[in-house]
Design a protein around this ligand. Sequence first.
Ligand code: NGQ
Ligand code: ZN
Length: 454
Amino acid sequence: MTQALWLETVLLADGWADRVRLVHAQGRITAIEIGAEPQAGEQRVAMGVPGLANIHSHAFQRGMAGLAEARGRPDDDFWSWREVMYRFLDHLDPDDVEAIAAQAFAEMLEGGFTRVGEFHYLHHDPAGRPYAQLGELSERIVAAADQTGIGLTLLPVFYAHATFGGAPPRPGQRRFINDADAFARLVEEGRAACARLPDAVVGVAPHSLRAVTPDELIRVVALAPDGPIHIHAAEQTLEVSDCVAWSGQRPVAWLLDHAGVDRRWCLIHATHLDEAETDGFAASGAVAGLCPVTEANLGDGIFPAARYLEAGGAFAVGTDSNILIGAADELRALEYGQRLSHRARNVLAAADRVSVGGRLFDGALRGGAKALGVDEVGLTVGAPLDLVSLAKDEPSLIGRRGDALLDGWIFAGRAGAVDAVWRWGRQVVADGRHVDAAAIAARYRRTVEKVLAA
Ligand code: NGQ
Ligand code: ZN
């Protein structure tokens, strides 16, 4: 069935346009009319932007958001946070994983993301035994995507070792571990599970150079020869020094030299780069998968975004630990990290795009599509109708036009700035809430109460 939306102003793939009708059928845009008159009975939107990709999520971690913010030992750091996270995931059964993922995915839609790259590494039961169906927990991620309507790029994670040099995994990692053959089956099952979603993509995710040997990396990448291929890299200085001790090279330098990193790849975090790595990475065509809110929360450090963008590097944003979920939050944190470290303002603006919001939104839109294996970028004929409506009574949007709307939303928008979202042509957020929010939240509440009481 053909349907249409009429927008007062909207950011199309080739720029802002006014009085636009987006005609869509079976999830995709079939026609765009600019300078159109609204028709009686047609749904109207004041200000629209394309939905962004959230390129890096561990959905289950939403369930422990805010629970690791009290000091556990005087030198709390990323690694002690990871111990808390491992203890939390020890309790989750398949229903819990689905309930938490549905809550996280609903919040992503409410926050302006219309597709998620789920970096999915929780595979086995709490004792580390495979479920009767190996891909049971991938199925649950797919079910949560199906229920919420979010676009899914499933990234099954290969994890085999505790650190560099093929070290055996630790007990806390038992739910993640597969050999190469089992992993190949897991990817196959993930593809089969995703067949029920309209436009899902399945890639692969070697977890990190800590968790995967070079031989395993080759086998894992061969399972998704066209990508997307995602890997955590250089988030922590300990990983950098361990990698140097193992190979004589830093993680990103090693990947660039040995792994065939190109536009199929997304390097998650890539926080700690020297200048040669920054420039080599930017030239590789791969995407930097930045997760600024989580990176701040975990005390990771600051990605050299100014130099990387100057060198033409592609980037996208992700919510990673899901401590707080929102597209504007990630883009704001990305720019603020740069302002704090450079003691300057409007650091990530470009000569040909002086609006920081415009530059960051456009960059994250392009990089996000590339990283999640989506061909179309933004609102254009043939692309999915994945649309975010900004609230016309949001104070920080009053009297703005064009990129100033993005600056207002990203830097000054409050909760509620996103008032409606369409994904695959269907309205999934109305009045700022997911259309199924009540049921999803009730199930999430029961799950978290149960898990925290355990
Ligand atoms: C993860 N999260 O896989 O959930 C990781 C922590 C690790 C982040 N890196 C575990 N933010 O890297 O070993
Ligand atoms: Zn991660």
